[in-house]
Design a binder for this molecule. Structure first.
Ligand code: ATP
Ligand code: LTN
Length: 328
């Protein structure tokens, strides 16, 4: 069995980009793999957070994991800061990373752009992500397209450390990206990715949005003026994004959607898309409401942390031995 690891930050509301790009595959992978899914709260504090809100968000994401089909009897679900190995390995890997390669990370460049001085954690963020992955001898990392550069860095670090400290130190992981949905774009500006942090709430559809909010977001989504339902990212990014979303939710190919909607207007297509999104998120919302306030949730996370810690401790022991750290 392959080991799978992925994480989501407990920041804001999880949107359909997070779902179609990452979360949807989490449940699909758990039948044939040994899956570990983490709520990466230590990544969330790279940008200052209100402690109470952060704590709520952790439980919100945990409940959404379960609502999206992750079965705690099959997969390990836990909170990053509950397993000390992440921070420990993070530091060890920081010492094997170069400031040059971290400066080239686009996420860092984007997130630090508007800031007068960027927090160091924002800079070393990808190293902590590498630690998350390497700590569990992970071979597959299901993520959205935007994480490709971080996955490459993780692989580079693993190969570099293995070359210097022993080939048994780390398993070199691979990213896994969805064929459709790996990059869901913003509804108001389809040249940017859908984001939790964008100011305009109608630029995204959150998994917990009401039917009315979903309708409004889809109906006002930016399209073009030629009214032809055709997939052409370069010239028609708006309608192409909506076609991708429709396709990712229903499993229908974009080509078959183009055929089905040949001659229809954007209005009709959007109305159908509203139905598709609403009926897809409804079961997730129902399950979320059942689990969010239950005592079960914290129990799942506590047991998950114990299981994760047992694996992490073994890796930390091996890494410390290979590096010559500590007393033996
Ligand atoms: P955001 O930019 O929306 O604030 P994020 O990308 O910084 O969120 P996470 O919440 O940790 O951070 O992302 C969780 C997962 O969702 C990652 O695997 C990421 O690649 C994926 N993801 C995020 N946005 C999109 C998107 N627009 N389309 C597809 N996948 C996405
Ligand atoms: N960097 C990711 C979140 C993340 C992650 C991970 C994803 C942190 N650690 C480990 C996969 C595996 C993001 O910003 N979306």
């Amino acid at each position: 069995m392959n080991r799978v690891f992925s994480g989501i930050q407990p920041t804001g509301n999880i949107h359909i980009g997070n779902y179609l790009g990452a979360l949807k595959q989490f449940a699909e992978l758990q039948n044939d793999n040994e899956c570990i899914y983490c709520i990466v709260d230590m990544h969330a504090i790279t940008v200052p957070k209100d402690p109470k809100e952060l704590n709520e968000s952790i439980l919100n994401v945990a409940a959404l994991y379960i609502a999206c089909g992750i079965d705690p009897d099959k997969s390990i679900v836990f909170v990053q800061s509950d397993v000390p190995g992440h921070a420990e390995l993070g530091w060890i890997l920081t010492c094997s990373s170069y400031t040059g390669e971290l400066s080239r990370m686009t996420q860092f460049k984007q997130k630090s752009k508007e800031k007068e001085s960027a927090p160091t954690g924002l800079f070393t963020y990808p190293v902590l992500m590498a630690a998350d992955i390497l700590l569990y001898d992970t071979s597959i990392v299901p993520v959205g397209d935007d994480q490709k550069q971080h996955i490459e860095l993780t692989r580079d670090l693993a190969v570099r450390v293995n070359g210097k400290y022993g080939e048994n130190t780390f398993v070199v992981p691979e990213g896994r990206y969805m064929k459709s949905g790996a990059r869901v774009m913003s509804l108001d500006d389809p040249t940017n990715k859908m984001s939790k942090s964008a100011e305009n709430e109608y630029s995204r559809i959150s998994l917990l949005d009401s039917p009315a909010k979903i309708k409004k977001s889809v109906m006002r989504a930016t399209t073009d003026s030629d009214g032809i339902i055709k997939f052409d990212v370069e010239n028609k990014p708006g309608i192409s994004n909506l076609l991708s979303i429709y396709s990712a939710f229903t499993g229908k190919t974009v080509e078959s959607l183009e055929k089905d909607y040949a001659g229809s207007g954007y209005g009709d297509f959007k109305k159908d898309l509203v139905e598709v999104v609403n009926s897809s998120v409804k079961p997730i919302q129902d399950k979320y409401n059942d689990i969010r306030e239950s005592d079960e949730l914290k129990k799942i996370l506590k047991e998950g942390a114990e299981k994760a810690n047992a694996i992490a401790e073994k890796t930390i022991k091996r890494v410390k031995e290979n590096f010559g750290l500590g007393i033996r």
